[in-house]
Write a protein that binds this ligand. Structure first.
Ligand code: LLP
Length: 435
C-alpha cells in the first residue's frame, strides 16, 4: 500500500529517505509525499491520452491536497488545475500557476470569487446553477471580459461509493439536471451571452470509484445530449469533462484499476458513442485528485500511551488523529499501517490505533497487526495523501502537521508545522463590558 520500502536498518524508507530520520528532522505528525510517484501518476494520465490520440486536459483536483508546492509540481508537469474557492485559487496564483490552465468549480461561488477568477484570467468556470449564471452575467458585463465555461450536469448516475461522496445522482446539490430540461435551459441562457463561451459539459459522478460503468453511463447520457443540442440548437460542445473519482488501494479489500486503465476504457467508449451519434470526438477533460496524490502520501506519528481493555483490545495512541485525518471518523475509511522503525519485526499483537482528540470516535484503525509497540515508535499510516492535510482541522487546538516532499534521498519541507502562536494569531481579547 502506498509507497516506500524497507532499508538496511530495518526502517521504512520513502523516496530514499529513512522515515526515522525524517521524524528526527521534522517531528510528528508528519505528512510525507513521494513526489516521484505523483509525477508518475500525472504522466500516466497524460501519456494515455497522447497514445490514444485524443485531445485532453488533465486537471489536478486540488481539494485533495492544496499547497503552493503541490501547485508548482503540477504546473511543472503541465497539468491543469481544478480549484473550488477563492482560497484554492489564491494559493494557486501565489504559486505562480498559470491562470489560463485553472478551472473554477463550486456550487455556491460568490460574486467576489467569480470576479477574482475573471480578473486573474481564469481558463474556465464550471457553471453549476441558475443563480451563478445570473452572477456571472453581471460580472462579465461589469468587467467587460470574456469567459469560457463548462456547464455542470448531474446525469442521474449512482456510482458505487460512500453516500457522502456521491455526486452524480439526481438528488444532488451539484449541477443542472440533465433529464428534466434544466441543462437545456442553462445552455440557452449561456449561449445568449456574447461574453460567455460555452466550451462543453462537465459531470463528476463520485469519488473512490473502482469501476468504469458509472463513467460510461454518464458519458452515454451526455454525448446523447450533445447530439440533441446539435440538432435542436445547432450548437455542439467541444469539451466533455468527466470529473475525477478514480479509486485507489487503501487496503487489500480495495481493487481499483490502474489510473490509466480508467482513462483507456472511458475514452474508447466515448469514441464509439460519439461516432454512433455522428459527433466529432470531443476533447476529454478529467480532474483526478485522489488518484494523483492519495497513495503518494504517508503520515508518520509517534506512539505514546497504551490502554488494555482485558479480553477486548489494546488501544495504542498516536500524537495526531482525526485532526489530521478525519476520514476514518467521517467515512469509516480503512487504512493500513506499520511501525516504521520496526519494519522487519514480526507482527505479534493486534492494536486499536487511537488518535489524541477528546472523542471516542477518534480512532484511525480498529484492528492493526503490529510488532510489540512501545512509546516513541513511529507509526506510518499509508495512503493519506488525499483529503488528509486538506481536511485537517485545529480541533482541540492541535496544530496542523508539517508536510515534506521526498525524492532521490532528499527531503524538502513544503508546509511548515503550525506553531502555538499561529493558533492564537487571529484571536482578540475579551473586553469586559462596563455596566
Ligand atoms: N471533480 C469534482 C467536481 C469533485 O467534486 C471532486 C471531488 C473531484 C473532481 C476529485 O475527486 P477524486 O479524484 O479525488 O476522487 N473528502 C472525500 C472525497 C470528496 C471528493 C469531493 N469531490 C474523501 O476523503 O474521500
Amino acid at each position: 500500500y502506498g509507497t516506500g520500502q524497507i532499508n538496511e536498518q530495518g526502517n521504512l524508507e520513502i523516496g530514499g529517505c529513512d522515515t526515522v530520520d525524517l521524524v528526527k528532522e521534522f517531528g510528528t505528525p508528519l505528512y510525507v509525499y513521494d513526489t516521484a510517484l505523483i509525477k508518475e501518476r500525472a504522466r500516466g494520465f497524460k501519456q494515455t491520452f497522447e497514445k490514444m490520440g485524443v485531445k485532453a486536459q488533465v486537471a489536478y483536483a486540488s481539494k485533495a491536497f492544496s499547497s503552493v508546492a503541490i501547485y508548482q509540481l503540477m504546473d511543472d508537469e503541465g497539468m491543469s488545475l481544478d480549484v473550488v474557492s477563492s482560497g484554492e485559487l489564491f494559493t494557486a496564483i501565489q504559486a505562480g500557476f498559470p491562470a489560463e490552465r485553472i478551472h473554477l468549480h463550486g456550487n455556491n461561488k460568490s460574486k467576489e470569487e467569480l470576479s477574482m477568477a475573471l480578473n486573474y484570467g481564469i481558463g474556465c468556470i464550471v457553471v453549476d446553477n441558475f443563480f451563478e449564471i445570473e452572477l456571472l452575467k453581471e460580472v462579465v458585463n461589469e468587467v467587460q471580459m470574456p469567459v469560457n465555461i463548462l456547464i455542470r450536469v448531474t446525469p442521474g448516475i449512482e456510482a458505487h461509493t460512500h453516500d457522502y461522496i456521491l455526486t452524480g445522482q439526481e438528488d444532488s446539490k451539484f449541477g443542472f439536471d440533465l433529464n428534466n430540461g434544466q441543462a437545456d435551459r442553462a445552455l440557452q441562457l449561456c449561449l445568449e451571452q456574447p461574453l460567455i463561451t460555452v466550451l462543453g459539459v462537465h459531470c463528476h459522478i463520485g469519488s473512490q470509484i473502482f469501476e468504469t460503468t458509472g463513467f460510461i453511463l454518464a458519458a452515454d447520457k451526455i454525448v446523447g445530449k450533445m447530439a440533441d443540442w446539435k440538432k435542436s440548437v445547432g450548437f455542439t460542445p467541444t469539451v466533455l469533462n468527466l470529473g475525477g473519482g478514480f479509486g485507489i488501494r487503501y487496503t487489500e479489500e480495495d481493487e481499483p484499476l490502474e489510473p490509466y486503465q480508467y482513462v483507456e476504457k472511458i475514452v474508447h467508449h466515448v469514441q464509439d458513442v460519439a461516432a454512433n451519434n455522428e459527433l466529432d470526438m470531443p476533447e476529454i477533460w478529467i480532474e483526478p485528485g485522489r488518484s494523483l496524490v492519495g497513495d503518494a502520501g504517508t503520515t508518520l506519528y509517534q506512539v505514546g500511551s497504551t490502554k488494555d481493555v482485558p479480553d477486548t483490545r489494546t488501544y495504542l495512541a498516536v500524537d495526531g488523529g482525526m485532526s489530521d485525518n478525519i476520514r476514518p471518523a467521517l467515512y469509516d475509511a480503512k487504512y493500513e499501517a506499520i511501525l516504521a522503525n520496526k519494519a522487519t519485526k514480526e507482527n505479534t499483537k493486534t492494536y486499536a490505533i487511537a488518535g489524541k482528540c477528546c472523542e471516542s470516535g477518534d480512532m484511525l484503525i480498529w484492528d492493526l497487526p503490529l510488532p510489540e509497540a512501545s512509546p516513541g515508535d513511529i507509526l506510518a499510516v499509508f495512503c493519506t495523501g488525499a483529503y488528509g492535510y486538506s481536511m485537517a482541522s485545529n480541533y482541540n487546538r492541535l496544530t496542523k502537521p508539517a508536510v515534506v516532499f521526498v525524492e532521490n534521498g532528499e527531503a524538502r519541507l513544503v508546509v511548515r508545522r503550525e506553531s502555538l502562536e499561529d493558533l492564537v494569531k487571529n484571536d482578540l481579547p475579551y473586553v469586559k463590558q462596563s455596566v
